[in-house]
Design a protein around this ligand. Sequence first.
Ligand SMILES: *[C@@H]1O[C@H](CO)[C@@H](O)[C@H](O)[C@H]1NC(C)=O
Ligand SMILES: *[C@@H]1O[C@H](CO)[C@@H](O)[C@H](O)[C@H]1NC(C)=O
Ligand SMILES: *[C@@H]1O[C@H](CO)[C@@H](O)[C@H](O)[C@H]1NC(C)=O
Ligand SMILES: *[C@@H]1O[C@H](CO)[C@@H](O)[C@H](O)[C@H]1NC(C)=O
Ligand SMILES: *[C@@H]1O[C@H](CO)[C@@H](O)[C@H](O)[C@H]1NC(C)=O
Length: 666
Amino acid sequence: MEHGALPVFVSVLGLSLALCSSQTYVLDDKAGLGRVFDGVGGLSGGGATSRLLVNYAEPYRSQILDYLFKPNFGASLHILKVEIGGDAQTTDGTEPSHMHYENDENYFRGYEWWLMKEAKKRNPNITLIGLPWAFPGWVGHGKNWPYDFPDITAAYVVNWILGAKQYHDLDIQYVGIWNERNYDSKYIKLLRYTLDKNSLEGVRIIASDNLWEPIAVSLLLDPELSRAVDVIGAHYPGTTTVKEAVKTQKKLWSSEDYSTFNNEVGGGCWARILNQNYVNGLMTATISWNLVASYYEQLPFGRDGLMTAEEPWSGNYVVESPIWITAHTTQFTQPGWTYLQTVGHLSQGGSYVALTDGKGNLTVVIETMTHDHSVCIRPPLPAFNVTAQNAAFLLKGSFASIKELQVWRSQFNFKSKKPSFYEKLTPLKLLDGSFTLNLAEDEVYTLTTVTTGCKGSYADPPASAPFPKVYKDNFDVRNPPFTEAPDFADQTGVFEYYINMTDPGPHVFTLRQVVTQRPVTWASDADQTISVIGDYQWQNLTITCDVFMESVKTGGVFIAARVDRGGESTRGTKGVFFWVFADGTYKVTNDLAGQTVLAEGQSGTRAYGWHTLSLTVNGQYASGLLNGYPLWKNAVVLTPKNGWAAIGTHSFELAQFDNFAVVADK
Ligand SMILES: *[C@@H]1O[C@H](CO)[C@@H](O)[C@H](O)[C@H]1NC(C)=O
Ligand SMILES: *[C@@H]1O[C@H](CO)[C@@H](O)[C@H](O)[C@H]1NC(C)=O
Ligand SMILES: *[C@@H]1O[C@H](CO)[C@@H](O)[C@H](O)[C@H]1NC(C)=O
Ligand SMILES: *[C@@H]1O[C@H](CO)[C@@H](O)[C@H](O)[C@H]1NC(C)=O
Ligand SMILES: *[C@@H]1O[C@H](CO)[C@@H](O)[C@H](O)[C@H]1NC(C)=O
């Protein structure tokens, strides 16, 4: 960082003004370069954050994917990180495992395979990363811990990587350990060994997707561990690292960051950390949790994605400011470019980075985000000041002869509320390798020799609209290649399409809950399974569904209304739950855990027979039908006042659902 305090001359409407406060920043590769850049990425999963995306109709679904992945169009992401589904709740839902059971393998579940292929279709160079949050119960032999049988866990993870190649021709380049949980050095070494043994020497290990310490210290003390790990991935590092991490000489990544509501302050957060993660913390990749906010907004961390696509039923999506902030870096760099050593802070606040391809191209990204307009969800942001300033840049070394730079600008304009994002300005002519910018607060500039930048656009998508008030799914019409029924968002357990080939009766195609053992969890999953659907504002409605229990002793299933929460708080979910059990009884409860009973009695229900349940909630009263006949009525429901509809089971058990229907009051 060289700050020469030279007075520079700025030409304003033909007048030359001497500005004593102006600073000069030298961009030079003479003294050597900084670290190799590894890219900017998005994280799908951790958990179920892309759930609703797959249910968008064309052309909207492809448009959203273009805004995320298409080079020189929108965010043009360099990295896609996905969850290796583990059948458990991992923030906004569960994602299915490729091995629900020990003797089961299926590489066509969920939507992450599809998403990786769509990303790669658009950008064949995209870097792919997999990371588990949770594991099926059998991996831990019933214990909530994946390291007692490290060979089983390593084989399970390596199977996912092999399956990606074998069934989808996807090369996973990096794999992690266990998201934001303990690591075990023995396991990491065994994972390295298992990868190598399967000819996956090229797959690099990221550890530990948590804090810088203690993994950095372990790497310094244990050479074998150090050989196994290529990248230290830290989460929400607040743009800083620790000296032990630098000392390891490993790549340092912010392997999960952002997680901030995607309004303009969210865009400001993203602009600040994309630059300052390198300037302050030498991080060479930053990955946004999450990629795209495609989950019901009332689930935890609603809209904490680079853009919003949470209404497949209307087709509406919103290209939010973080998409264009990403473009400022991604469209003018590639993984493999190198940071210059001359990066740093601006004298009146803000920061600049410069990168080169080593072949003469130069990209400079400058941000002047003020404190209050760039606060991220975490960690707390210490106070700092940013004011308008003139910044002079002087290009030296290989860049001294550059004559022209393309200019892209975003202005958040918080005061006027009329932001302008990623605007292409007239190219800047350079005189003797120098130029001066008149920087206001809350701006982002890219100055670059790269001429391929482009602000992509499509016609406006359809207007936002609530979830339809009349909704039916008999699970007969499917949406290949997906294994999940549209808009059902599993919060505990996994609900998959099922085909019963034995008998062609009326229930050949059903939806089946398939998790039969409590997973090795990441959150404190509920003891019941549940999948939610619909409009969180629903109050008065009738839900009807055919149900089929497959557990003779402990079987129990429910349909529910006014379900008030999901994600990591699913365990405490309240609502109106209508249960029937295989022992011939029914219950109506005010909560998923079944602690507040509103009604109960005999139902004659049993396993291995289909029953039709119907639940009507109106104001303070609820009533239920079994096979079309009243079973209970006028149960008093004071709270919750509104919420989603849901289906689920009493325990981790097999059960099926068919002919799901909701009619909500107009
Ligand atoms: C992929 O990388 C290669 C080699 O760096 C480059 O030539 C090519 O243009 C890249 N493709 C895209 C779509 O970025
Ligand atoms: C910059 O990159 C482009 C390709 O994007 C290449 O054609 C050009 O030669 C590079 N070098 C300079 C100095 O622009
Ligand atoms: C920011 O500026 C204000 C007003 O000049 C000053 O009181 C405050 O100490 C400054 N804060 C920092 C962190 O420099
Ligand atoms: C499949 O259908 C047959 C015939 O109705 C039934 O006996 C069997 O229990 C069903 N199996 C499953 C798993 O649904
Ligand atoms: C639900 O029904 C109650 C009782 O009829 C009524 O007071 C309330 O306004 C209804 N809610 C909606 C959203 O229609």
